[in-house]
Design a protein around this ligand. Sequence first.
Ligand code: HEM
Length: 414
Amino acid sequence: MALNLSRPVHQLDPLSPDLHEDAVKMREHGPIVPIALPGGVPMWGVAGDEAGRNLLKDNVRFTKDPGHWRALNEGEIPEDWPMISIAAPSGHSVVNTDGPDHRKLRRPLAQALTARRVEALTPLVTSLVERLVGEMEKAADEAEDGVIDFREKFAWPLPMGVIGYLLGVDEADHDELGRLYSALFDDTVSEGRSAELSLHAWLDAHVAKLEREPGEDLVSAMLALPEEDRLPREDLVVTLYVVLAAGHETTTHLLLNAVRALSARPEQLRLLISGEVPWENAVEETMRWDSPTANFFTRFATEDVDGADIHPAAAGVKIAKGDPVFVSYISMGRDPERFGPTAGEFDIRREDAAHTNFGYGAHFCIGAPLARLEAGIALKTIFARWPELSVVGDVPRSPTVVVNSHNHLNVRLK
Ligand code: HEM
């Protein structure tokens, strides 16, 4: 089977009511499936956990450099395709490089976000959580029906506040950045590369400001590195663009998905509140069961690859040099081959919840310790205060196949 979509095997739809059901259908076709993305763009989707790990560790035959994408090079992908900036990020950064080049770009970020450095951010995260909890309470008291949007009041401002602090971004600029980033993750809005380029321009001006007036932030620290370790200016800007996107959007989705899962399962919530089960379990189980990233992070084949080389059940799949391949994290997290017959159930007591949803191999998420810290403190504080927090009304999905989230989550706190 080649990547020929005259007979698409599976179609991903940003308006689909349930990406998990889509993932089940995808897995029925095997671990590696030819998919039509929104707009009819063909890509291989990796739906199984083992196949996903095998793909992610092979940075030689599967590169992140979109310069290898045959259809893009041959002009078959329209420049105004809504997913273009996600599938083929421009510039030179950790998300589109491999090998020594990738390691050089990754090192300063990885050093800034080690588990020890992130642990030291506990007081900052705690005080931001407490401030937002106070603001949520006030907004709920003022609302006629006591209902507030948890995304607007907490799930978005918390990660944005933390990453904004790390990158030296003033709070007054958060909303503007949020607007630009949200256009990137909406597959129904056709802005092409314009939101990406506007963000690059914004961050270029931000770097210039910090060059003139350095602060205590990560950007100022990266600008002060010895010349041999310092990233060229345009690479620094693109790197910041990636870190800012990765640092707030995904953690927002994790918080939304965790609040939905836990508020619907009071018996599991009780175990967490009483301390019988640690809060980390709730964070990891949400990551596995309801992955914040859905279908994401394209790789490009540098040579022809037989599917059987990646997973025995993918025999017959012929990935051609220049084909794009994405990993379906949302599918891998509930793969019954990996998690057994209860893969589809949310259970904080699960013995082995070790998932792949922060990635795997050389591109493993740099921000995983930070996301875990934020979510752990946030969930513990929120549910200790409002154990009866409930979701109100329907919760439509965000119109995207890239992330697994909601544009709004209305809740009643008590
Ligand atoms: C729940 C929250 C998060 C999720 C689900 C998540 C998920 C991921 C995944 C799946 C990857 C692997 C991409 C690939 O293999 O191509 C990744 C990479 C990355 N993440 Fe996260 N992430 C989260 C939070 C964060 C945070 C808070 C930051 C920054 C502070 C961050 C920064 C990055 C960066 C820079 C990369 C690229 C690493 C590389 O390519 O070498 N992430 N993330």
